[in-house]
Design a protein around this ligand. Structure first.
Ligand SMILES: [Zn+2]
Length: 405
């Protein structure tokens, strides 16, 4: 191994100790934790402080019995930009290196073709760069629909939007915006954000289910996202739940997507209105305003017909989640996406069905929760891809200065 590689690894390990492994450690804590000399830790820590990545508190930290100034990730210098396509709009977030959202911006996309989506993404990124360019890490994170080749930055296909051909989002954005791009599926990113920034118990085995026009899930095993050989791990929407069911865009019949997404829910309400079975807010609402969110809110308010629609959707969805629980034995299931975030009734229904036999080992300690981050969550997850790569982004910018240390 070259000296430079070893030195870079020391940077990585020290930064990880400050960010994840230890709580506000002193330099002495890090030296002991990593088995490095205090001089090496001090030199690298000084460099990270000079780059604006790490900050040193005043006063003595006595964590783990070794006093010293407490170190933390610096949230005042660098800002990070993330964007995700969510519920027919691009959501842009600006956050600090600790994942705190500082600003948001939203752009509606009319008819979401791949070209229209990318044109509007570029417009929004250029707007945000214009506002905050001087303080931004030199990359953006992007969340898109469909199955994403995260190595090449292409959307391979998105059956819920009837996109069947690969589309090179990353190369177009990198060329037009002039910045490096990290990219993943939008629901995976919402899951990453829930796992990193809304997970106070630091659960490492969890599954995030995103429920909207598409259905997807992000699976975390021992804290790591499972991507799969062809980038499609977690694609539960095309699990067949009814072999004689409706034709799906993927070519099969009766996929989960055909019976349990937002549009299936809207169709149930519209059919119920025609049959005169709907009363209350959903009966008086104009047809265009009925969406997953309004049905979820009506169910939470006790509307009998809305509860019936959610129960109908929860049945096949719950079966698929039960299979995941048997296979993966997660400690926590988080339900999000436009429908999941808006409906506590759905979350409790899925929990009741999963825990019908509460002593059954895979569910004995399982918690089922509604996602906490809501609309900006996926864009925050996109920004977190940039935060994750901050060292690799900043190291080349500052590497000439390293000779001074
Ligand atoms: Zn399908």
């Amino acid at each position: 191994m070259r000296y430079e590689d070893m030195e870079y690894m020391n940077y990585e390990h020290i930064l990880r100790s400050i960010e994840c492994d230890l709580e506000n450690p002193s330099r002495a804590d890090i030296a002991k934790h990593l088995g490095l000399s205090r001089t090496t830790v001090s030199t690298i820590t000084n460099t990270l402080i000079s780059w604006g990545v790490v900050s040193e508190g005043k006063g003595l930290s006595v964590s783990r019995g070794r006093p010293g100034n407490p170190l933390a990730i610096n949230n005042r210098v660098w800002k990070v930009l993330g964007a995700s396509f969510y519920s027919s709009s691009w959501m842009f977030v600006l956050c600090d290196l600790r994942g705190k959202i500082l600003d948001t911006h939203k752009l509606e996309v009319g008819h979401p073709t791949p070209s229209a989506l990318v044109a509007s993404l570029i417009e929004g990124l250029q707007y945000m760069k214009g506002l905050y360019g001087d303080h931004l890490l030199p990359a953006v994170g992007i969340g898109v629909p469909g199955v994403v080749d995260t190595k090449n930055g292409d959307i391979l296909f998105a059956h819920d939007l009837s996109w069947k051909n690969p589309f090179p989002v990353r190369s177009i954005v990198e060329r037009e915006v002039g910045t490096k791009v990290f990219m993943k599926n939008r629901y995976c990113l919402a899951g990453i954000a829930e796992c990193r920034y809304a997970n106070p118990t630091k659960e490492r085995n969890m599954i995030y289910i995103g429920l909207g026009s598409g259905i997807s899930c992000a699976i975390f095993v021992d804290g790591k996202l499972v991507e799969g050989d062809g980038f499609s791990a977690g694609r539960i929407s095309h699990i067949q739940v009814d072999p004689d069911g409706k034709q799906c865009n993927c070519g099969k019949k009766g996929c989960l997507l055909t019976v349990a997404n937002e549009w299936a829910l809207v169709d149930m309400v519209l059919a119920g209105r025609t049959a005169g079975q709907v009363s209350g807010a959903l009966a008086s609402m104009s047809e265009g305003n009925i969406d997953g969110e309004s049905v979820g809110a009506a169910a939470d308010a006790g509307d009998t017909f809305a509860c019936h629609c959610i129960d109908t959707l929860a049945k096949p969805l719950g079966k698929v989640i039960a299979m995941l629980v048997d296979v993966l034995n997660p400690g926590k299931i988080v339900i999000g996406g436009p429908v999941g975030y808006s409906c506590e009734y759905l979350v409790r229904k899925i929990e009741r069905d999963l825990k019908r036999y509460p002593e059954y080992p895979p569910v004995a300690n399982l918690r089922v929760e509604r996602g906490r981050l809501r609309e900006p969550g996926s864009a925050l997850g996109a920004a977190s891809l940039v935060i994750e790569h901050k060292l690799e982004l900043l190291y080349p910018l500052f590497s000439s200065r390293l000779q001074d240390f």
